[in-house]
Design a protein around this ligand. Structure first.
Ligand SMILES: Cc1cc2nc3c(=O)[nH]c(=O)nc-3n(C[C@H](O)[C@H](O)[C@H](O)COP(=O)(O)OP(=O)(O)OC[C@H]3O[C@@H](n4cnc5c(N)ncnc54)[C@H](O)[C@@H]3O)c2cc1C
Length: 412
């Protein structure tokens, strides 16, 4: 094995410096393995609205020593509500109604802030070898290592390659096959971007408005009260022309929000100026295996459940914790470590990938009648009798038995 000569630890390359990539880099560092992280963007990518941490992912964040940073940036979200085109409340669901286990989770933090917490802890503990603006163009593996060619033209040999490069993972394409083999389109697109907080927006509430024509818009609190996170959900046929074409993505949003009422006008104005516009298709990734020889997939790259499922960040954090733990436990034997990672994590992912009943259709009714029916259903969910059903749905992953890797990866 081509171990790092200075430390005789395996040489690990992580493709993607998002939540999964940074979390696995941190845990490997604690096991004495200083990984290389190749991130395609020129700097850490900002953006994203609130992501949920529940049950076992809160436990992992505790064990990783992330909680002090998370507590500082945690959102104070007090409930979720639907409003009509004039901004009047239609349904209100306070967070305490579901004891912090409903749509508003134990911990809500914006995706960009969570990534920054990981980067801060990594930097404080000595950092890893970050290569921004770099990505893998070819992979070739044999029994003793993986030869990697980078976009910059350099080639290097690693013992293990981790693909944490998101839904459209290049590592997955190079080592496992084309995206079409593993992706299921879930019927639409979601967009997130930061907007100035409208004056009349109720603070601390996640506010949503359903628009006739299979579209939903919302504003969620940000850590900074002067800004909010806009989200736009659009149900439509898949359109490959939308991939990476920001002008076409924004044109679709403009068309759907043209007569939407509520804060649509301000959301559109802010979209034109936003520095963190994010738009992607809603898709699920299902793979027969996340491991091929010395290459393993982590997070959305291997088991994306889409923002509809609300567990993507939990899966990436827990996946990173298990993957680093198994690599550390079998440092001299990647061929044992990587299949163990898959074996230990599969039961959690199987539950976490389940989508809420009705999927995207329930979230984006087409007609005014459908919108009213959806709101009646939401009102029903606030009834006491429905609470146990809601709680069961939202706590389905809480029984996962998290392994303990503290002997291998101890926080400083
Ligand atoms: C900007 C952004 C905003 C998001 N906002 C939300 C949100 O609001 N709500 C939600 O539920 N989910 C959101 N997601 C998805 C969410 O982050 C993931 O579902 C989850 O955190 C799992 O993390 P991950 O590390 O697998 O993927 P991600 O967090 O998506 O990270 C993947 C990383 O890989 C990088 N990358 C992509 N291709 C390559 C390549 N070829 N080589 C190297 N690096 C590459 C990306 O730039 C990114 O930094 C967002 C993702 C991004 C990138």
């Amino acid at each position: 094995m081509s171990t790092n000569r200075a430390t005789s630890q395996p040489r690990v390359l992580i493709s993607g410096g998002g939540i999964g990539g940074n979390a696995v880099a941190l845990q490997l560092l604690r096991a004495g393995i200083r990984a290389t992280v190749a991130e395609r963007t020129a700097a850490p990518r900002p953006g994203g609205q609130a992501v949920d941490l529940r049950g076992p992912s809160v436990e992992v964040a505790e064990r990783m020593g992330l909680m002090p940073g998370i507590r500082k940036r945690q959102l104070d979200e007090r409930g979720m509500k639907f409003v009509d085109a004039a901004g009047r409340d239609v349904v209100r669901m306070p967070a305490e109604m579901f004891d912090g286990k409903g749509h508003i989770a134990d911990i809500e933090i914006t995706r960009g802030d969570l990534n920054q917490v990981l980067l801060d802890v990594l930097a404080a503990e000595g950092g890893v070898d970050y290569r921004y603006g770099e990505w893998i163009t070819a992979l070739e593996q044999d029994d003793t290592g993986v030869d990697v060619t980078f976009a910059s033209g350099s080639t290097e040999r690693f013992d293990i390659v981790i693909g944490a490069d998101g839904l459209h993972s290049a590592t997955r394409r190079l080592a496992f096959g084309p995206e079409e083999q593993f992706a299921t389109y879930l019927g639409g697109y979601m967009s997130f971007f930061t907007v100035p907080t409208p004056e009349d927006l109720e603070p601390h509430w996640f506010t949503m408005h359903s628009v006739v024509g299979a579209t939903n818009i919302g504003l969620r609190p940000d850590a900074d009260p002067t800004t909010a996170k806009a989200l736009v959900t659009i149900r439509t046929e898949a359109d490959p022309a939308l991939r990476r074409d920001v002008a076409a993505q924004q044109a679709l949003i403009r068309q759907r929000l043209a007569d939407a009422g509520w804060e649509a006008g301000r959301i559109l104005d802010a979209m034109n100026e936003s520095a963190d516009f994010y738009f992607d298709e809603l898709a699920r990734i299902d793979m027969p295996t996340w491991v091929h020889g010395r290459v393993a997939l982590l997070g959305d790259a291997g088991y994306c459940g889409s923002p509809l499922g609300g567990q993507g960040t939990s899966m990436a954090l827990i996946g990173a914790y298990v993957l680093a733990g198994e690599i550390a436990a079998h440092a001299a034997d990647p061929e044992r470590a990587l299949p163990r990672y898959e074996e230990v994590l599969r039961p959690f992912v199987a539950k976490a990938q389940e989508l809420p009943p009705g999927g995207l259709k329930a979230m984006t009714p087409k007609s005014a009648f459908g919108i009213r029916a959806g709101q009646t259903l939401s009102k029903l969910m606030t009834a006491k009798v429905m609470k146990p059903l809601m709680m069961k749905m939202m706590t389905k992953t809480e029984s996962y038995d998290l392994p303990d890797y503290s002997a291998q990866t101890t926080a400083n």
